[in-house]
Ligand binder design. Structure first.
Ligand code: NAD
Length: 264
């Protein structure tokens, strides 16, 4: 499989540090020969992302805040100028005010609801609009979602509603872009300790619960999510679009607590 991604060029959006899920996917793609470009959210993350990008031999590392259309345009202009075409994009971006990722969903504010939806849902469509123009040979887009889109989860609140919207976007984008051989999929990752996850109330409990109750009796790593990303982004996934692929040690099939699980 060494040459699986040889000749493919991809944009990785959402690396904050070496614990980021986007970093796991970037590593898997680079290991199989992909050429990568990276975005970082702002100056604070520049110093973290630049050395990581360099580790994978990337020559394009640009700032991009998805709430700023001009910075989105500039990112895709850079890709257009440097590469001309684009084969894949990883969108691993979400945000919500931490104060609303605890307590009750019903208490969510209009402001944070709007902000959460814009950054965590609309930004993927905004990316697809720009990527479409560069994917003249077809392409593959992957975003990251969570089981809290499908079922109620404590503390996930407005982010669960956002992920449901994101998953619906995957289906609508897949239908729109399919005729151009652009595939659109999401990975529904099990809980992983990242910067974003640290904003979710009682995250350690969620990790432990998954470890005790998932069929594989453990949680997943960014490297495992990375290899599933590789499948969707490479030609191995060429027949797959509009899919929500669970990479969660099987947790999504579980209907009841494992009777052998210890108390948490
Ligand atoms: P992370 O903190 O490493 O990544 C989140 C990224 O979103 C950061 O790089 C941050 O800079 C970026 N971001 C936020 N607002 C932005 C903006 N306005 N413009 C540009 N970038 C912005 O955490 P992660 O867990 O790797 O998150 C990546 C994705 O995976 C998210 O969509 C998250 O919801 C999803 N996910 C995470 C888990 C988990 O347990 N960690 C599980 C399932 C899905």
């Amino acid at each position: 499989f060494k040459g699986l991604m040889a000749g493919k060029r991809g944009l990785i959006m959402g690396v904050a540090n070496n614990r980021s899920i986007a970093w796991g996917i970037a590593k898997s793609c680079a290991a199989h020969g992909a050429e990568l470009a990276f975005t970082y959210q702002g100056d604070a993350l520049k110093k973290r992302v630049e050395p990581l990008a360099a580790e994978l031999g990337s020559k394009i590392v640009v700032p991009c805040d998805v709430t700023d259309a001009a910075s989105m345009d500039a990112t895709f202009d850079t890709i257009a100028k440097q590469w001309g075409t684009l084969d894949f994009v990883v969108h691993a971006i979400a945000f919500s005010d931490k104060d609303e990722l605890t307590g009750r969903y019903v208490d969510t504010t209009a402001d944070n609801f709007t902000k959460t939806m814009f950054i965590s849902v609309y930004s993927f469509t905004a990316v697809a609009q720009r990527a479409e123009k560069l994917m003249t040979n077809g392409g593959s887009l992957v975003t990251l979602t969570y089981y809290g889109a499908e079922k109620w989860m404590p503390h996930y609140n407005v982010m669960g509603v956002a992920k449901a919207g994101l998953e619906a976007s995957v289906r609508y984008l897949a239908a729109d872009l399919g005729p151009k051989a652009i595939r659109v999929n999401a990975i529904s990752a099990g809980p992983i300790k990242t910067l974003a996850a640290s904003g979710i109330g009682d995250f350690r409990y969620i990790l432990r619960w998954n470890e005790y109750n998932s069929p594989l009796r453990r949680t997943v790593t960014i490297d495992e999510v990375g290899d599933s990303g590789l499948y969707l982004l490479s030609d191995l996934g060429r027949g797959v679009t509009g899919e929500i692929l669970h990479v969660d040690a099987g947790y999504h099939i579980v209907g009841m607590k494992n009777p052998d699980a210890p108390d948490i």
